[in-house]
Design a protein. Structure first.
Ligand code: NDP
Length: 335
């Protein structure tokens, strides 16, 4: 797999280019600040909301999305995926012209054909692999976060230098920008959201219910399962050392328990695999994207019901009370 580092990218590719950030939210703010610190002074386009005020407080002179789209040569679309098709039609597409670049931080709308830019425009992806806050924190610390990069349409013949310059200005080539594709980025992202994280989420909830039902104190259960941040430490160690390598940090009892129960814990490996394949199939054939588009069009009835059920789960009480106990320590490192 091709990975681009600092030496592969030249920020000068953005010389005499006006970069416009559309949406000053999680990613928009972080990417705009990093680009500015890298010598690229972006225009900010945002609706009239608190994010626009934040942009002004950060020293930018934010304008409307239409105005930013009109002024910008490179338009970085950093509004939520589900609102992009509507905003694109209304406020971005009318200002696209030959030679401009439209850049996405997620492959979703291009991969599923929900946005189809004209043929004379460059269409690129520069998708940091983590939350906006971290994109900024890592950059300020002299580092960067990884990104997925790709070019969907190279009308100008300069789409790659532009993409890599955006990745460099954002700090992503400091860590490595991976050349995947709009399809791979989208499918992997949706797969983790729909197959991996729900399995982890549901395991945590089921473990909580089983243990509290059997009389263990909810706060002790929450602390053991996630509130101590041991789970976060394990994931960090997996990222730095590897899934199996990090096992060395655990006692032999823990290692034996984990390895001897791994397949039992998820029912049977065959069942989990079958479900994951079914989820991947729904992602690949576009069924999930259609379902989500319909859900949005009908005012999020299923999504609202699911969120209501989540916030009425008894685990929320344990969360609050374990948080109070942890905060009461007053220790500097307490989170
Ligand atoms: P945010 O949820 O932070 O929203 C960004 C901005 O979009 C806000 O100013 C928001 O304003 C505005 N916005 C929301 N609805 C509309 C609308 N209808 N019209 C105009 N502006 C609107 O977005 P993210 O930064 O989370 O996501 C941006 C892109 O980055 C997406 O493509 C996402 O997939 C990608 N990405 C996100 C990551 C993350 O960590 N969040 C990680 C990697 C990629 P308001 O809230 O006031 O409506």
């Amino acid at each position: 797999m091709r990975v681009f580092y600092e030496r592969d990218a030249d920020i000068q590719a953005l010389n005499r280019t006006k970069v416009a950030i559309i949406g000053y939210g999680n990613q928009g703010r972080a990417q705009a600040l990093n680009l500015r610190d890298s010598g690229v002074n972006p225009i900010i386009g945002n609706i009239d909301d608190s994010y626009k005020e934040t942009a002004a407080q950060d020293g930018f002179s934010p304008v409307s999305i239409e105005e930013a789209s009109r002024l910008g040569d490179v338009l970085m679309v950093l509004i939520p995926d589900e609102v992009q098709p509507g905003v694109y039609q209304q406020s971005i597409a009318p200002y696209l012209s030959a030679g401009k670049t439209i850049s996405f931080a997620s492959g979703y709308n291009i991969r599923f054909g929900l946005i189809a830019p004209p043929k004379d425009v460059d269409v690129v992806m520069m998708a940091p692999r983590t939350i906006g806050r971290q994109v900024r924190i890592a950059f300020e610390g002299g580092g960067g976060v990884n990104a997925d990069v790709d070019v969907w349409q190279d009308a100008s013949g300069k789409a790659w230098p532009t993409t890599l310059a955006l990745a460099k200005g954002t700090g992503c080539t400091r860590a490595g920008a991976f050349h995947t594709s709009f399809k791979t980025e989208t499918d992997l992202d949706l797969f983790s959201e729909q197959a991996l994280w729900p399995a982890i989420f549901d395991s945590l909830l089921t473990a909580y219910e089983v243990l509290v039902d059997k009389g263990y104190p909810p706060e002790a259960v929450a602390l053991e399962l996630y509130a101590s941040a041991e789970a976060a430490d394990i994931f960090l160690a997996m990222a730095k050392r590897g899934i199996f390598e990090q096992l060395k940090f655990h006692s032999p009892t823990a290692q034996y328990g984990m390895l001897s129960h791994r397949q039992d814990a998820t029912g049977s490996s065959g069942e989990l695999r079958k479900r994951m394949l079914a989820t991947l199939d729904k992602i690949q054939n576009g069924d999930f994207a259609s379902e989500w588009t319909k859900e949005q069009a009908s005012g999020y009835p299923a999504f609202s019901k699911l969120k209501k059920a989540m916030f009425s789960h008894p685990l929320n009480d344990a969360d609050r009370s374990v948080r109070q106990l942890l905060d009461a320590s007053g220790a500097a490192g307490a989170s």
